[in-house]
Design a protein around this ligand. Sequence first.
Ligand code: PLP
Length: 410
Amino acid sequence: MKDLSFENKLYQSSYPREDVYNALQMPVYNNAAFEFNTAEEMEAAFAGQSGEHTYSRISNPTVQYFENRIKNITGALSVTALNSGMAAICNTFITLGYSGANIVTSRHLFGNTYSLLNTTLKAFGVEARFCDLNDPEAVKANIDKNTCAVFLEIITNPQLEVVNLDVLAAIAKEKEIPLVADTTIIPFCVFNAGKAGIDIEIVSSTKYISGGATSIGGMIVDYGTYDWSKSTKLASNASEAGKLAFTHKMKKEIHRNLGAYMTPQAAHQQTIGLETLSLRFNRAAETCLALAQALQKVEGIESINYPGLENNRFYEISQRQFGKYPGAMLTFDLQSKEACFSFLNKLKFIKRATNLFDNKSLAIHPESTIYVNFNKEEKEKMHISPKTIRLSVGLENSDDILQDIVASLK
Ligand SMILES: *Cc1c(COP(=O)(O)O)cnc(C)c1O
């Protein structure tokens, strides 16, 4: 299997058992529980010795098949599929965190992640320490013996800030802290988190993987690269599970207790989505770069933000880390919030909707929607401007998208 290209690997994963009908899709096992022939077999399954499924909140063959496909293409040691990107983030932080622990991160975060850290986890005594992750001294100064993770989004949404991963991974390694990253913005086909020094990768599979916004999902990808014997909380798991101490703790306790496993139906849809990931991403990202270039010359647009543009402040680091196409999302600023609303209201086929990486292009005004529940001061600290439009580029014809944008600016 090692010699296959990424595109080929997307399709290769054998079924754990022979199907009586030789079905070419993994069947959707839409059941809650699994029956056992004997009490002994049941005991072995519940003790995790036989690997048999017991109950679909804990594991399910259809979901496991999806997890194995991701394992196959990423080279990770373990993958856990959850029923949303937020569930993946929540399971990760709760596995790592404890009252008195802190997470070193940036204020440039997806709105719900920021709120989870700054409100929900705060109530349980986990502190979020916000700093500029591109400032090595600030990161080092915030790390102490109770730091349970350094957390980042590899390209922040919607600021499109790119963190230098070599520098950040070196700090995390030197300080012996796990590096945890939300990589939702850049899919597996162009970015391997394990090779970039990320220990635990989190993905909202609702976005690129689901194959056109078919379902909500998330995953936790464990590369087995962190030495958990160095962790205050997980050292005892390390003596039992070694490199997989994090996943062990999560699977044996946190994920069962929180109850947010991916559903078999979503896993089925996302497995199909995964098969066209490369194709869809390349098409949308090419269009995104072409649009970003074309929009620079369009009247009414004050500025355009896409790390794939040569004049972008993150261009070089972005090329090095993600190649020519740093995602299929861009933002641009108009003169005012009113100008943004007028623009959105005139759009002909670009959808006024949240979400990213649907097959359809989507436009939104983040300040009045995703960030509506934050006050003015918080929005300023997070660099959420009322003048910004976010565009998630779909698979439509590139000229048509440009035309819809230009016409709606008038
Ligand atoms: C959408 C998104 C999430 C949350 O994912 P859900 O599947 O909606 O729960 C987290 N991080 C980023 C960067 C996202 O874009």
